[in-house]
Design a protein around this ligand. Structure first.
Ligand code: FES
Ligand SMILES: [Fe+2]
Length: 472
């Protein structure tokens, strides 16, 4: 539970807000490269953290991200003509280059050089991992690009898309590192193997290689023990489930500051999924979705499969709006819900979107009742917000190094080595039951929101698990 003012702090991304200023210290994906496919092509209106901007690719192929409105008398530059290294306002002909310089002002006398006095808002831009990134923070404090592995591998090894979502970006990101919800949001209520396989066929793309045992363990243990490992670049969040034997099945998600998360789904050798959550306004967001394999190019079959949705990747229309979305109730099938799945909604990504959107345009965290499986969420919030704020720009060095090393992973470790964590989980669950559902976690588990920069958690080791690293 958060105080209402903390919830506002966490979820507001506009210029001048605390979180908005933090986010502006980092490079942010603002478009897919594929959305500006050609030099002098169509410009694109974009809204990023409440700012109305225009993106265009000039005659050299360089992308500019500038104010959407002409500084002369406010005409929308989206109407403009993208010509000879600049976009020309079609009202009176002022023209701007990708750096925001006014390079032509036909309404003024040339010898006055009035154009030299005019500059439009523009942000530094990079293309990285098939996405267009903008830096919207203070000039002169531009950080390094995040060394996300998906951008470091050859283009043939990755697939990149995006999806629209009708809710605040923070609750979508919380969902991405909440490994406990899989049991209900994504699975069948039948636990027999054939039913699980059937659900796998219906709800997970058949090319996904999710092991049947993994599905069963997720189905049979809705109460994963959560372990948290904070690091310079964010958080590692591990959810351990009992396997019926001596092992715990760990699903491990990564939160990477400030807006990136890796899904806890990949075993060694498998494709890895990630997402970047970018606020449009405070009540909707673009989620950049990607899959990559560090060891080999993706196959055409994999790409075709991703085009129709898989894991965190949605099946989207030409505007990147998911085909099953809030406006059509995610095409929920109530009959299927009676007979097979809890949600009755097709697609892991769409199931996620449905429950996250349903929390409201901005989830009211002052009314929630967190429990033991929400430990990752508890740690994410301060890490995402106050904990990072004072050091955002200075963090770029460690951030880069840590991002390079971290990936999602899964593994199994012996259960007996987690006895204490399991006992703690059961204690908390009993406490929750006694209190009628909600449970107040102790100070150690719940760093104070405002004091997050000082919050320290034990560096929890997960035996049997080795986070794979990328060679330097
Ligand atoms: S409003 Fe753009 S040139 Fe006049
Ligand atoms: Fe999910």
């Amino acid at each position: 539970m958060l105080r209402a003012e903390d919830n506002r702090f966490l979820t507001a991304s506009g210029a001048g807000t605390g979180m908005g200023e933090l986010l502006r210290r980092f490079w942010m994906p603002v478009l897919l490269s594929a959305e500006l496919p050609e030099a002098d092509g169509l410009p694109k209106k974009i809204v990023v953290m409440g700012e109305e901007l225009l993106a265009f690719r000039d005659s050299r192929g360089v992308v500019g991200v500038i104010d959407q409105y002409c500084p002369h008398r406010g005409a929308n530059l989206w109407l403009g003509r993208n010509e000879e290294c600049g976009i020309r306002c079609v009202y009176h002909g002022w023209k701007f280059d990708t750096d925001g310089r006014c390079v032509d002002m036909p309404t003024s006398y040339p010898d006055l050089n009035a154009k030299d006095l005019i500059r439009i808002k523009s942000y530094p831009v990079r293309e990285w991992g098939d996405m267009i990134w903008a830096y919207m923070g203070p000039a002169g404090e531009v950080p390094e690009l995040p060394a996300l592995e998906m951008a470091l591998v050859p283009a043939s090894h990755r697939y990149v898309s995006k999806k629209w979502q009708d809710c605040n970006w923070v609750q979508a990101m919380e969902g991405s590192i909440d490994t406990a919800h899989f049991t209900f949001a994504h699975l069948s209520f039948e636990k027999q193997e054939n039913e699980i396989l059937d659900i796998k066929k219906h709800f997970v793309n058949p090319i996904a290689r999710m092991n049947v045992d993994h599905m069963r363990w997720i189905a049979e243990d809705p109460r994963p023990v959560i372990k948290i490992n904070p690091h310079d670049a964010g958080l590692t969040i591990a959810g351990g489930r009992l396997t019926g034997g001596d092992n715990i099945y760990w699903r491990i998600a990564q939160f990477l500051m400030p807006v990136h998360a890796y899904a806890p789904s990949a075993m060694p050798g498998e494709n890895i999924f990630g997402q970047s959550f970018v606020p449009v306004t405070d009540t909707n967001c673009w989620i950049y979705t990607y899959a990559w394999n560090p060891e080999r190019p993706l196959t055409q079959a994999e790409r075709d499969g991703y085009d129709h949705g898989n894991g965190v990747i949605s099946e989207v229309d030409e505007n990147y709006v998911p085909l099953r979305n809030k406006a059509n109730d995610y095409l929920i099938d109530r009959k299927l819900q009676k007979t097979k799945s809890y949600t009755g909604i097709k697609g892991v990504s769409e199931q996620d979107a449905a429950v996250q959107d349903s929390q409201g345009p901005i989830a009211d965290r002052s009314r929630e009742h967190l429990g033991p499986t929400d430990l990752g969420i508890l740690h994410l919030r301060p890490r995402a917000a106050a904990g990072a704020a004072p050091t955002a720009s200075r963090a770029s060095g460690p951030l880069r190094r840590a991002l390079r090393r971290l990936r999602d992973a899964q593994g199994q470790g012996p259960a007996r080595r987690h006895g204490r964590a399991l006992r703690r989980r059961d204690r908390l669950c009993r406490a929750a039951a006694n209190r009628g559902g909600g449970v107040k976690l102790g100070a150690q588990a719940s760093p104070s929101f405002r004091g997050a920069s000082k919050a320290r958690t034990r560096n929890l080791e997960i035996p049997g698990l080795v986070l794979r690293t990328i060679p330097e």
